[in-house]
Design a protein around this ligand. Structure first.
Ligand SMILES: CC(C)(COP(=O)(O)OP(=O)(O)OC[C@H]1O[C@@H](n2cnc3c(N)ncnc32)[C@H](O)[C@@H]1OP(=O)(O)O)[C@@H](O)C(=O)NCCC(=O)NCCS
Length: 183
């Protein structure tokens, strides 16, 4: 198990899930605007889905196969979303995240992604962090570009609105480039 399982930024506190987070997670994910971009999240989303996800994530933390943080506000402790790195076996990991819709547009995603990237290259010792995004998910693409990831071409992704496979936009950042940027 990794030693550092909480991260602080100026406005946010990222930590492991707790069983009692299920209601807050379910409330934020019962929203098509959020889950529309993440095919693996069930929709409609209920309390049991949140409970199962928390249980699975905590098991995966224990064996190092997944590192999923909930994002909370330092001021008041409210849960606003999630950020995670899922190792894919090549010293690389996939970056994934969502925020409750009412928290969009305040720079929280960029702030949290920066902390998770530092954790990935520092604590986890990753060589590369990557993400694959729906081509119309402009907010998420903005977050990735602002966080130093660069376009790596396309990679198939499912459009959950239509069920069709579309050309996902693939982005990546290498640890060496991250170090060189002085971030
Ligand atoms: C992706 C998501 C986490 C972004 O959260 P956010 O709070 O809007 O992100 P931030 O405020 O930190 O940064 C947004 C950045 O994206 C860009 N951006 C924001 N809105 C945009 C829009 N409508 N079009 C294009 N770019 C946009 C900007 O570069 C902005 O940076 P700026 O504040 O310097 O202008 C949030 O929209 C979300 O949860 N979406 C649904 C789930 C999802 O898509 N997850 C990712 C799957 S790959």
């Amino acid at each position: 198990m990794m030693g550092c399982e909480q991260l602080d930024t100026s406005r946010l506190h990222l930590r492991r899930q707790r069983t009692q987070d299920a209601e807050a997670i379910a409330a934020l994910l019962t929203n098509w605007h959020v889950v529309r971009w993440i095919p693996i999240i069930p929709y409609p989303y209920g309390l049991d889905d949140a409970r199962q996800w928390i249980a699975r994530s905590l098991r995966n933390w224990a064996d190092g196969s997944d590192h999923q943080f909930v994002v909370t506000l330092r001021d008041g402790g409210k849960l606003i979303g999630h950020m995670g790195l899922r190792p894919d076996g090549n010293n690389q990991a996939e970056l994934g995240y969502w925020l409750g819709e009412r928290y969009w547009g305040r720079g929280y995603a960029k702030e949290a992604v920066r902390a998770v990237i530092d954790y990935g290259f520092g604590t986890m010792g990753l060589a590369r962090i990557w993400a694959n995004v729906h081509p119309e998910n402009h907010r998420s693409i903005g977050v990735l570009l602002a966080s130093g990831l660069r376009s790596m071409g396309t990679r198939p992704i499912t459009d959950r609105a239509t069920g069709e496979t579309v050309a996902g936009q693939s982005y990546a950042l290498d640890g060496a480039d991250h170090d060189a940027s002085g971030a």
